[in-house]
Design a protein. Structure first.
Length: 500
């Protein structure tokens, strides 16, 4: 009994100290990334404060861009979002909408609104995709840079591959059709491609912001507002922290593994040589970046992947727990699929900081940390049940973790306010700070559980994408009235056409 008691004391002593050391290591890593991000962000703003982006349009060597947007059952917002893409401020670009076998009126609305007609258009299936039923262009010369592809349903990755096959430009900009790009987004994203010297730029990513509750007219953000929905507010803080503190640092450290699927600009030939987007994963945005980097490294081709801290695109995030859980489940499965597929990168010096730092960080912090944290919850529950909790140690550790979490979030909000200052209202900033106080208790545990469910589903062989319902941009009664008015006008026109 004495030996058993001594063993038990030693065991709990080791576990408690391991947890404390691991916590300090994680927090030290976050602080380091925050410091690197702050320096990189300051240098970026200083470097670009006097840049005249209008000169990029006039430059004779400006790369041409194909903006590719897959669309599946997007009838609610397809016209408005297409209008926004067509109004981008750039000289030589085309917009390719890929109708991925929609079962609603997405394609019909596009045909009617933009006077589309099928054209004879030659292209080669350089990368595999489902059968393209037709390529359509507008009879109206005002929309000469619009192209619509109608194809058999194959998923987002397959639709992107179809768009790449049909595209004719130097670079490809892959975007979610339900996202809204800033008018000058292409100018800012193409700049690194024009500055490349001895290293080939293969991709550029930017900051994604939350469009929920923002005032949007004619496909443009007219007024930026903090989301009214609680979950959307939590995600606003989460996105601000992730993009300004984490990805900014990894872009500087050459360890970036992900360019968000909502917006990414890539060198077309590199994407084609890598085989295009994988249709075998639900995390295609991460997998294509990792595969492109592997291709360049294994062929000993000097390259760089850049990141721009400017808010370049606005997207609608899930406002209901069930929808958000599906999204995070998919993100976890996609991350795990990519990590397993490219496990050769783990701590591999051959791939430089990309393998030694970037991949390793994602393995331990993005994938393994939620699992360890969940096991910690189970361990703590066991201690409570058997009255083995060292309460003084627990309360100190809890206060330490909570204070650090709020501090990191406050840093992210401070960075945002000192740089781009998108939220003009003091009330919005104060609400974000209040959200940072509530997040550790009301939001973070749920993200841990969703990550656990994602890992379980992966082990069970679940490969579904998960249905994501969109409420559409706009807010409240104003939007509903506009929709009813639009329908009434269409009905009147239809009735007039039927009149003898």
């Amino acid at each position: 009994m004495i030996i058993s008691g001594i063993f038990s004391d030693v065991f709990f002593y080791i576990i408690n100290n391991v947890i404390f050391v691991l916590t300090c290591f994680i927090f030290g890593t976050y602080l380091t990334l925050a410091a690197i991000s702050a320096i990189a962000l300051r240098n970026y703003l200083r470097k670009n404060s006097y840049v005249d982006y209008n000169s990029i349009i006039l430059a004779p060597f400006t790369p041409s861009i194909s903006v590719i947007a897959p669309a599946y059952n997007e009838a609610r917002t397809i016209i408005e979002n297409t209008r926004a893409l067509l109004s981008l401020y750039y000289n030589n670009f085309e917009v390719i909408i890929v109708n991925d076998g929609s079962t609603d009126e997405t394609f019909k609305k596009m045909v009617e609104t933009y006077s589309l007609e099928r054209v004879n258009y030659y292209f080669d299936y350089r990368i595999p995709c489902e059968r393209v039923r037709g390529v359509y262009k507008s009879k109206n010369r005002s929309f000469k840079n619009l192209m619509v592809i109608d194809k058999v349903n194959g998923g987002k990755s397959d639709a992107l591959n179809a768009g790449i096959n049909v595209s004719r430009k130097d670079l490809i900009c892959c975007i979610d059709v339900d996202s809204i790009m800033e008018p000058d987004a292409l100018l800012k994203m193409v700049k690194p491609f024009m500055e490349e010297t001895d290293k080939k730029v293969i991709g550029t990513g930017g900051v994604i912001r939350i469009a929920n509750s923002c005032l949007i007219e004619d496909g443009q953000i007219k007024e930026i507002r903090l989301p009214d929905n609680f979950l959307a507010r939590m995600q606003t803080l989460e996105y601000t922290r992730a993009f300004l503190l984490a990805r900014m640092a990894w872009g500087k450290l050459d360890g970036l593994l992900l360019i968000s699927g909502a917006l990414g600009l890539f060198d077309k030939e590199t994407v084609v040589k890598c085989g295009g987007y994988s249709i075998k994963t639900v995390g295609e945005d991460m997998e294509i970046v990792v595969r492109m980097r592997r291709y360049m490294a294994e062929n000993k081709l000097p390259y760089q992947l850049t990141y721009i801290p400017d808010p370049l695109v606005w997207t609608e995030v899930p406002s209901r727990g069930r929808q958000l859980s599906r999204q995070r489940n998919r993100w976890t499965r996609g991350t795990l699929e990519t990590l397993i597929t490219h496990r050769k990168l783990f701590m591999n010096r051959k791939y430089g900081r990309f393998g030694m730092l970037g991949y390793t960080y994602w393995f331990f912090f993005e994938w393994l940390t939620p699992i360890i944290e969940f096991m910690g919850y189970i361990y703590f529950t066991y201690l409570v049940i058997f009255k083995l909790v060292n309460w003084p140690f627990f309360l100190v550790l809890l206060a330490f973790v909570y204070t650090f979490s709020v501090m990191i979030s406050a840093f992210a909000i401070l960075f945002e306010e000192k740089t781009f200052h998108k939220y003009k209202s003091r009330k919005d900033v104060l609400n974000l700070l209040l959200v940072s106080l509530a997040e550790p208790f009301f939001y973070h545990p749920r993200t841990v559980w969703w990550a656990i469910r994602g890992n379980i589903d992966y082990l069970l062989g679940v490969r579904r994408w998960g249905k994501m319902e969109r409420t559409g941009f706009g807010k409240g009664k104003k939007q509903k009235v506009k929709v009813r008015e639009a329908k009434t006008v269409q009905q009147l026109k239809a009735e007039k056409q039927k009149e003898p």
